[in-house]
Write a protein that binds this ligand. Structure first.
Ligand SMILES: Cc1ncc(COP(=O)(O)O)c(C=O)c1O
Length: 376
């Protein structure tokens, strides 16, 4: 007999994810009534608790909270258009489309761009939203080994459909390393494909100006390039945006189901993101993040961290049990670090994913690195 209580019974206890209610207070986090320093957030610039960002959100929702409908019905607030213009200008693209979240952006983008006649070429470590978007589109998907562009080229030579798309994270969310988006565009050019770059983690954190990977590699605004960014990470808010040519963005307005059939982003989030953009452009938090990163890397020198120059600094523990034990030991020392286990990362590569923020003080970073020296 079908029984909802037994429906998911096959998920083993060791692989069950735990949702621990935790309240954040700046860079501190209260977990089970214990106050820890948070090294497990994507709030890389500390903007989610910045007074100006909070004030902007409060002001915007003084008279209305929800947007009430999809953008195509009555939820298309003028603030969305103003922020889209600012984002396109900042990132160096013709046009921009704001959508509900990064998950919705990527699932809807690939579903809109591709169909069963289109071929998608995807890095094996791409974010789940890109994998799901490709699946949703029904397009044949060819996954190349992480950053293995020789394998990608072989796949491009083999699968010669008229419409093809190379899809890659910019900064990889669980590894902290970066795609060579310059080389990807060279391949896209020579094989006549589109290139989708999801720079959710590079936007606001990379480069002198925080514009992210495509700006660093000078490929932003290229006709073949479509970029995705989110407000949920360095912007400290919630939501996402897609950048590209005028025609491409207009096409998405017509076709992107995850935007058309979903309630528009609430004004509080748009106002928060707009203020966050201003702060990112001023650069104060970005400079602090980079200084914190230098301090952290000096502190963990000689330890077995994965090669990463971004705010995401993973340490592979191997087994799930070791990752959990290390995370618990850090918590005993007042430090909150997430243990990331399969299926989020490949089998046997369970890890601690440390994320740095501009909001961390030098003392907090030293406390973490000193503790790691004792534990490892
Ligand atoms: C690379 C990447 N893309 C997209 C997303 C999804 O973004 P959101 O949290 O706004 O849904 C994430 C979230 O972790 C991500 O790491």
């Amino acid at each position: 007999m079908v029984d909802s209580r037994k429906w998911f019974a096959e998920i083993p206890a060791t692989r069950r994810r735990h949702f621990r209610a935790s309240q954040r207070d700046g860079v501190a986090i209260d977990v089970a009534e214990t106050r820890l320093i948070n090294f497990a957030s994507n709030d890389y610039l500390g903007l989610s608790t910045h007074p100006a960002v909070c004030l902007a959100a409060q002001g915007a929702c003084a008279n209305s909270v929800g947007s009430g409908a999809s953008r195509l019905v009555s939820g298309d607030d003028p603030m969305l258009h103003r922020l889209e213009a600012k984002l396109a200008d900042w990132k160096g693209y013709e046009a921009c489309l704001i959508v509900g979240s990064g998950m919705l952006a990527n699932m809807g983008l690939l579903q809109a761009l591709a169909d069963r006649h289109t071929h998608i070429f995807a890095d094996k470590l791409n974010h789940a939203s890109l994998v799901d978007g490709a699946r949703l589109s029904g397009a044949p998907m060819h996954r190349f080994a992480h950053l293995d562009y020789e394998q990608l080229e072989k796949q491009l030579n083999k699968h010669t459909a008229e419409k093809r798309i190379i899809v890659s994270d910019g900064v990889f969310s669980m590894d902290g390393d970066c795609a060579d988006v310059g080389q990807l565009l060279t391949l896209a050019d020579s094989h006549d494909t589109l290139l989708v770059v999801d720079d959710a983690h590079g936007t606001g954190t990379l480069g002198e100006d925080g514009k992210g990977l495509t700006a660093m590699h000078r490929i932003a605004g290229h006709d073949r390039v479509i970029e995705v960014g989110t407000f949920g990470k360095a912007f400290g808010a919630y939501g996402a945006f897609i950048l590209g040519t005028n025609e491409l963005i207009e096409g998405l307005r017509q076709r992107q189901r995850s935007m058309i059939y979903s309630t528009a982003l609430p004004v509080a989030m748009i106002a928060a993101a707009e203020t966050a953009l201003l702060l990112i452009q001023r650069g104060e938090q970005l400079a602090q993040l980079h200084a914190n990163l230098v301090r952290f890397k000096a502190g963990v020198k000689g330890m077995d961290f994965m090669a990463s120059d971004t705010a995401i600094q993973p340490l592979v523990a191997g087994s799930d049990a070791r990752a959990l034990a290390l995370s618990d030991a850090l918590a005993d020392n007042g430090l909150f670090v997430a243990a990331i286990r399969p299926p989020t990362v490949p089998e046997g590569t369970a890890r601690l994913r440390f994320t740095l923020s501009a909001a961390h003080s030098p003392e907090q970073i030293d406390r973490l690195t000193e503790c790691l020296k004792r534990l490892i």
